[in-house]
Ligand binder design. Structure first.
Ligand SMILES: C[S@@+](CC[C@H](N)C(=O)[O-])C[C@H]1O[C@@H](n2cnc3c(N)ncnc32)[C@H](O)[C@@H]1O
Length: 280
């Protein structure tokens, strides 16, 4: 059984289904980080690029456009439903990316095959990140560039901690887990991430903090934002099995808590990420 069996199960089950159902909302939310990633990766026409944890393919599509018909993009992911959505979106491109269903921690991805390896929030779910980054380093050509975005701590990301604190008024607090366990905030500690990358063979490792404003799931109204916040992020995970009447009470409180975030263009909240780059 794969070391990432638990994550593979989740991304082929409840998480994969959710990311497919919410693909447009999540892509709207994550659009600013796509831009950060594109700038950090700097993909050029003709490049060979690996998109790790490519999911439903938003960044894979953007990379395919950046590298053009002389380049090649490969998206690797463990999730059957998310790769199926990516395939739908990528069909018809002049040189469609290759989509590979595999665990990026251990899969044979080729030796020095890629000019760039990129990821939008797809590298924080490895059971053994040291093994995974060593595997990715092998697939990158000497001098090639690694670029990914990952979340800083939940406490720095109100889109995560505001809905969670409202939810915790209504459901029991789970026992605290390992902060470095696979999950969205596993790489919040940039010093630890940097040390891991260096040990895996990367050099010139940099983690730049980036702060900005993002749409909360593309929500235009407080109703949409409150509903999105109870389905997604740390609150969504906590409320997965909550009764509809409990969710309704939490949504009512969230409409109040999120009211200051309502703007003429929708509901916006601050985000805090690391933009991590490194060279092989
Ligand atoms: C938070 S989602 C991000 C998806 C996509 N990059 C995006 O920004 O929309 C994390 C992705 O990583 C994938 N993933 C998790 N563990 C993985 C692994 N070991 N190998 C490859 N992909 C993995 C999941 O299936 C999921 O698609």
């Amino acid at each position: 059984m794969s070391e990432n069996a638990e994550q593979i199960w989740q991304w082929n089950g409840v998480l994969g289904a959710k990311w497919v159902a919410e693909q447009e909302s999540l892509d709207a939310q994550l659009a600013p980080m796509s831009q950060l990633l594109a700038e950090a990766a700097g993909a050029q026409p003709g490049d060979h690029v690996l998109d790790v944890g490519c999911g439903c393919g938003a960044t894979t599509l953007a990379l395919a456009q950046a590298v053009g018909v002389t380049g090649q993009v490969v998206g690797v992911d463990v999730s059957t439903p998310m790769l199926a959505r990516a395939a739908q979106r990528l069909a018809g491109l002049p040189r469609p990316p290759e989509l590979v269903q595999a665990d990026a921690q251990t899969a044979a991805l080729g030796e020095a095959r890629f000019d760039r390896i990129v990821s939008r929030f797809g590298v924080m779910f490895f059971s053994d990140p040291a093994q995974a980054f060593a595997n990715l380093a092998r697939a990158l050509r000497p001098g090639g560039r690694l670029a990914f975005v990952c979340w800083r701590a939940a406490s720095e990301n109100p889109w995560a901690h505001v809905p969670l604190s409202v939810a915790l008024r209504h459901v029991p607090q789970p026992a605290p887990g390992d902060p470095h366990a696979p999950g969205p905030f596993a790489f919040a500690d940039a010093a630890r991430t940097g040390a891991m990358l260096e040990a895996a063979g990367f050099r010139a490792v940099r983690a730049e903090p980036s702060d900005g404003d993002m749409s909360l799931g593309g929500a235009r109204t407080l109703d949409e934002a409150a509903a999105f916040a109870t389905r997604n992020g740390p609150a969504g995970r906590l409320l997965r099995d909550a009764a509809p009447e409990v969710i309704a009470r939490i949504e009512a409180e969230l409409r109040v808590a999120l009211a200051p975030c309502l703007t003429p263009t929708g509901v916006h909240m601050p985000y805090a990420v690391w933009v991590v780059t490194a060279t092989r």
